[in-house]
Design a protein around this ligand. Structure first.
Ligand SMILES: Cc1cc2nc3c(=O)[nH]c(=O)nc-3n(C[C@H](O)[C@H](O)[C@H](O)COP(=O)(O)O)c2cc1C
Length: 157
């Protein structure tokens, strides 16, 4: 299956680590959303879309890219993210946009990513994490392993 993974990662490059782990398993081409072109998508059988979660949704550049894609005619896609705090609704907007384009979503994956709101991480829980940081060391080895297991499972879809 010819696979492309498009991602946006900037805060602590956590989503990039997940994207690279998945790309290795799927033997996929990896591309930053800033360099991706909607007209290049046609040659792929499977496309992954991922970013960190910023204000409860995927990065706006990724959402805008999907909005500018042509109709995808049942193309198989998957979604991934890293976030401070997993919430199911984080993936709602991107799912809605991919459905609008006629994509067939065959899976989604998420894990913690390091969050350093003020540039340092004291690794605390609760509301103070929004000042002092959390999820130090994530994605860790186990997260990367889980991402690769998830990627493998896509090959049976
Ligand atoms: C501006 C900003 C907004 C964020 N908003 C959320 C959020 O709404 N929910 C959440 O769980 N994490 C949030 N986070 C944490 C990021 O999702 C997390 O750090 C993620 O791993 C960043 O991915 P990246 O390093 O690939 O950019 C936010 C981080 C930043 C910098």
């Amino acid at each position: 299956m010819k696979t492309l993974i498009i991602y946006k990662s900037y805060h602590h490059m956590s989503t990039e680590k997940i994207a690279k782990a998945m790309a290795e398993t799927l033997n996929a081409k990896l591309g930053k959303v800033d360099d991706a072109k909607p007209e290049d998508l046609a040659e792929y059988d499977l496309i992954g879309f991922g970013s960190g979660i910023y204000n409860y949704k995927h990065h706006k550049d990724l959402i805008e890219f999907i909005e500018n894609m042509p109709s995808m005619n049942d193309k198989k896609v998957f979604i991934f993210s890293t976030s401070g705090n997993y919430r199911e609704r984080h993936h709602n907007l991107i799912k809605e946009k991919l459905n609008e384009k006629g994509c067939k979503i065959i899976g989604d994956f998420t894990c913690f990513g390091e969050f350093r709101p003020l540039g340092f991480n004291l690794n605390v829980n609760g509301p103070l994490a929004f000042i002092f940081g959390k999820n130090k060391g994530h994605p860790d080895e186990k997260d990367l392993e889980n991402a690769q297991e998830f990627a493998k499972s896509l090959l049976n879809e």
